[in-house]
Design a binder for this molecule. Structure first.
Ligand SMILES: C[S@@+](CC[C@H](N)C(=O)[O-])C[C@H]1O[C@@H](n2cnc3c(N)ncnc32)[C@H](O)[C@@H]1O
Ligand code: SF4
Length: 400
């Protein structure tokens, strides 16, 4: 059955997010494939001017829409000068209608140097900090190529909590040799220091990283599938018991403390992407546009200075691509996508977008739930989300 192509006009008035990418790090971690670069010489005045300029160019395109979140990601945004953060936020305030409770997150590395800059970021307008703690064991931190010790990271968490109401930190698990017992102990320790939000990522081996070649050479082994599944279960049980259940595959929060910016991505709402390699998604008359800027910092800088932006991709997605993206992101959320959301995006319910027998198989199997609220993956489904979304997406109905 083919379904009529939707008109995306209903999403134009929704509040949106702004993502700002800072591409520099003090050193490169061997597992990381983010767009991050080590550079001894960063001309902060040039970067401040260019980030503001690209934001102004993109803002002019979307008009005075309502913005509810800004996210400084990286790389290591805690290496930005607070004046740069302030200049970007001034531009956000003058270019858009701002939600009263605008969420402004900055990712920070948990070193003592960066903890010393937190006052400056708070004064610039940041109100939420996300720290890359990664592990609470010094030997593991060395293996991960981190330059901080566990005690230093916990001191940075404490310093952040003194200055910000909303603090999160990241841990990486399913590491070589990690037992469920030791992970449970580490999580319990983490919870003693946590505020209302934790991001818990399973270690993935990304192509082109030093970990990829080390792993291929047999320098270390990841936990086998059964151990990885037990580590996942331990994570869910421990965090559920502490009141920070998963609201997304890797993200846990007390109710109300979810990262609103990331929820913008996962509910497939609009966001601008500013800075090298940043992606954006914009509802424009006729559909959803995907944007991406040049990844290389020096080329991005030159292009912005020349043209006012460094977009290398700027194309309208067809409805089928929108369906794939919205499904992949929406089912990451524990709450899934509501019926209103499917309607806003596609003008029809999920029953009309996928083969109803496939939905039936996945709901009968306990992987999906579909009811009057919407479509979502169950906890069992989220533990093997790639397989579930793959099965569902293979059954999608063509648009005509
Ligand atoms: C942009 S980085 C965080 C900011 C900061 N640069 C830092 O490292 O503290 C985002 C997060 O992604 C996670 N991450 C990156 N690469 C990963 C990988 N290969 N496997 C699992 N988690 C990864 C890390 O927890 C990291 O904190
Ligand atoms: S994990 Fe963070 S500090 Fe390490 S290279 Fe990636 S972005 Fe930079």
């Amino acid at each position: 059955m083919a379904v009529p192509a939707p008109e995306l006009t209903t999403t134009l008035d929704e509040p949106m997010g702004v993502y700002v990418h800072w591409p520099f790090c003090r050193s490169k971690c061997p597992y990381c494939d983010f767009n991050s670069h080590v550079s001894d010489t960063v001309d902060h005045d040039r970067w401040r001017t260019a980030l503001v300029r690209e934001l102004e160019t993109q803002a002019a395109r979307v008009g005075r829409r309502r913005v509810e979140s800004v996210f400084f990601g990286g790389g290591t945004p805690s290496l930005m000068e607070p004046e740069t953060v302030a200049a970007v936020l001034d531009t956000v305030r003058s270019s858009f209608r701002i939600a009263n409770d605008l969420e402004v997150t900055l990712e920070a590395n948990p070193t003592s140097v960066e903890a010393g800059r937190l006052d400056g970021f708070r004064d610039a307008g940041v109100n939420r900090v996300s720290l890359g703690v990664q592990a609470l064991d010094d030997e593991v931190l060395r293996f991960l190529g981190r330059t901080h010790a566990a005690s230093e990271a916990l001191a940075a968490v404490a310093a952040a909590r003194e200055r910000f109401d909303r603090v999160s930190f990241d841990l990486i698990y399913a590491r070589p040799g990690q037992s469920p017992q030791s992970w449970k102990r580490e999580l319990s320790e983490a919870l003693k220091h946590a505020a209302g939000h934790l991001s818990l990522y399973q270690l993935t081996i990304e192509p082109t990283t030093p970990f990829h070649s080390l792993h291929a050479r047999g320098a270390f082994r990841l936990p086998d599938e059964d151990t990885a599944a037990t580590l996942w279960d331990v994570t869910q049980e421990t965090l559920d018991a502490a009141g920070l259940s998963a609201y997304e595959v890797s993200n846990h929060a007390r109710p109300g403390d979810e990262c609103r910016h990331n929820v913008v991505y996962w509910t497939y709402r609009d966001y601008l992407g500013v800075g090298p390699g940043a992606h954006g998604r914009l509802s424009e008359a006729g559909g959803k546009t995907a944007t991406r800027t040049h990844r290389a910092p020096s080329i991005w800088l030159d292009r912005v200075e020349r043209d006012g932006h460094a977009l290398v991709d700027d194309q309208m997605l067809d409805p089928d691509e929108v369906l794939v993206e919205a499904t992949l992101t929406g089912l990451r959320l524990a709450s899934g996508l509501s019926r209103e959301r499917w309607h806003a995006l596609f003008d029809r319910p999920p029953e009309d977008l996928f083969d109803i027998r496939t939905i039936g198989l996945l709901t009968d199997g306990g992987f999906l739930e579909l009811d009057e609220v919407g479509l979502r993956a169950t906890a069992t489904g989220r533990a093997r989300l790639d397989a579930v979304t793959d099965r569902l997406l293979r059954s999608r109905q063509p648009f005509r």
